[in-house]
Design a protein around this ligand. Structure first.
Ligand SMILES: Cc1cc2nc3c(=O)[nH]c(=O)nc-3n(C[C@H](O)[C@H](O)[C@H](O)COP(=O)(O)OP(=O)(O)OC[C@H]3O[C@@H](n4cnc5c(N)ncnc54)[C@H](O)[C@@H]3O)c2cc1C
Length: 485
């Protein structure tokens, strides 16, 4: 019996490893020249440059648990230095109020004192405390809901740049149920979002105090973690573990089409070869999965077409420390759309993470906003825009010592309103072909821990089907893989 995993990003790698460790023959086919997908770390002139994700949430256990299982627990590091993140407001950097959760304040005082909002704007926000519940039964855009409860300034200056930025989607299109379902729970339980945030803050601080008392002298890593030597250590370790368990992982091998043959699946590869499998995990973005399902399962392909994808562009710049006037005490700044320009955020990677740049070098990670035509600007125009933004905001003189651009064209899933319904429609359509399972960032979470959890769940589902004898066909993967060699 054998399984084909399509796509060698973190989701596919995790699925392949889990299947191989279950003793199931597995072939992973990755179209690109390397494994890891969007996780990509470049090393240039002593700089460690993350060209995709630079960290992941420690609060979602699947990521840190996998890292520890792979023996990399000692490599986990939290952020360095002062954790302040700034918002650019009217051209100036204003610190985000301390104790801000994803969108709600968990402490009242810093919010009351922040210079980000005027007193009338703060009074408008505080009306939330006396407002009746307003959550609709159906999904709603995060921005639309928050504007109603807390007013426009909070959405435009904080929630938009923060949440919209993380999901690469304008906050007025972003699905509340898919992205921040906690807001629904918060309103249900507390009526007021502000009161819910403060209650949450009390709980979080009590839990942190309990952890600190139980582990005296241990400094908590914080909400975001990465690997000391670079995030590509994660896919590399999954790859090596999968190979040791017997998985066959191939790069430069795209899957061109899938077809049903009895209870099995025939795959045609980019080099024209074909092979038959008992099960398939498609761990590509949904738009690439739709291409594979267009012929054999048109209903599923149509449902997949309903999940929109955008483009992500990241420009990384390095400068000598003496070129930068700003004291860089913090982790970076976010740029609300009202500030204009194509740049959405700038992370000060050299300050945020230890070991990313040699002493005396500043490494900046500039995110281009995926709204309007900005991401379609040619590379040199984007670099010029990124440089102008950083140089103006941080008082930088002279030219960068290094520039790199990473572009993910049409490969970023957008969780717009109704996302969970679209995923349910995909799952309903896929029920007609149980040998094929979908997993990855397009469906149930874009963060690395969510992708890892989805890869593991997909492998468990396929392994279960094979073990219970439901559906798997006769031929095994072994001759198929041999034929490909
Ligand atoms: C700039 C950027 C910053 C990010 N920052 C963070 C962060 O800080 N923290 C975080 O948790 N997440 C972050 N993310 C999101 C996270 O990186 C992704 O959601 C995650 O890596 C997706 O993994 P995946 O395996 O599902 O898909 P991918 O990594 O997209 O892998 C899919 C693979 O499938 C391959 N493929 C496609 N079609 C075929 C085919 N027909 N045949 C064979 N192979 C095929 C592709 O080549 C690709 O390698 C970021 C993403 C980007 C782009």
């Amino acid at each position: 019996m054998g399984v084909l995993v399509v796509g060698g990003g973190i989701t596919g790698l995790v699925a392949a490893r889990a299947l191989a460790r279950d003793g199931i023959p597995v072939l992973l086919a990755e179209a690109g020249p390397r494994l890891g997908g969007k996780i990509s770390t470049a090393r240039v002139d002593g700089l460690t440059i993350e060209e995709g994700p630079d960290s992941f949430l420690a609060t979602r256990p699947a990521g840190t648990a996998l890292v520890r299982e792979l023996g990399l627990g000692d490599e986990l590091i939290g952020t360095a230095g002062t954790r302040t993140v700034y918002i650019r407001h009217r051209g100036r950097l204003v610190p985000m109020p301390e104790g801000l959760g994803l969108v709600l304040p968990t402490k009242a005082l810093p919010f009351a004192r922040t210079r980000l909002f005027s007193w009338p704007e703060k009074v408008r926000m505080a009306l939330d405390v006396v407002s009746p519940r307003s959550m609709p039964a159906d999904d709603i855009a995060v921005g639309v809901y928050l504007r109603g409860r807390l007013g426009n300034p909070l959405v435009e200056r904080l929630a938009g740049p923060l949440v919209g930025g993380v999901y690469g989607t304008p906050i007025d299109e972003l699905s509340l149920d898919a992205v921040v379902p906690t807001l629904r729970v918060a309103e249900h339980e507390h009526r007021s979002l502000l009161l819910a945030g403060l209650a949450d803050g009390r709980k979080l601080r009590a839990a942190a105090a309990r952890r600190a008392a139980a582990n005296p002298g241990v400094k908590p890593l914080g909400a975001f973690v990465t690997l000391r030597g670079g995030l590509d250590g994660l896919p590399a370790a999954v790859e090596s573990s999968a190979r040791s368990a017997g998985a066959d992982l191939r790069t430069g091998l795209g899957v061109r089409s899938l077809a049903r043959v009895g209870a099995g699946v025939t795959a045609e590869f980019g080099d024209g070869s074909r092979a038959r499998f008992d099960g398939v995990v498609i761990a590509t973005p949904a738009n690439a999965a739709a291409v594979l399902l267009r012929e054999p399962l048109p209903g599923a392909a149509r449902a997949l077409d309903g999940i929109p994808h955008g483009t992500s562009v990241l420009v990384t710049l390095a400068y000598r420390r003496e070129q930068v006037a700003h004291d860089l005490s913090g982790h970076g700044y976010l740029v609300p759309q009202s500030e204009g320009g194509p740049i959405a955020a700038c992370t000060w990677s050299s300050q945020k993470w230890a070991g990313r740049a040699p002493a005396g070098t500043v490494l900046l990670r500039m995110f281009v906003r995926d709204e309007g035509p900005s991401t379609s600007l040619p590379g040199p125009a984007l670099v010029a825009a990124a440089r102008a933004d950083a140089e103006r905001t941080l008082g930088i003189s002279g030219v960068p010592t290094m520039v790199r651009t990473a572009r993910y064209e049409g490969a970023m899933p957008r969780y717009t309103v109704g996302h969970l319904d679209r995923v349910a429609a995909v799952e309903a359509a896929m029920a007609a072909w149980p040998e094929v399972t979908l997993a990855g960032a397009s469906y149930r979470g874009v963060g690395l821990p969510d992708c890892i959890a989805q890869g593991q769940a997909a492998a468990a589902r396929v392994a279960e089907r094979l073990a219970t004898g439901e559906g798997p066909g006769e031929p095994s993967i072994a001759p198929a893989v041999a034929a490909l060699a």
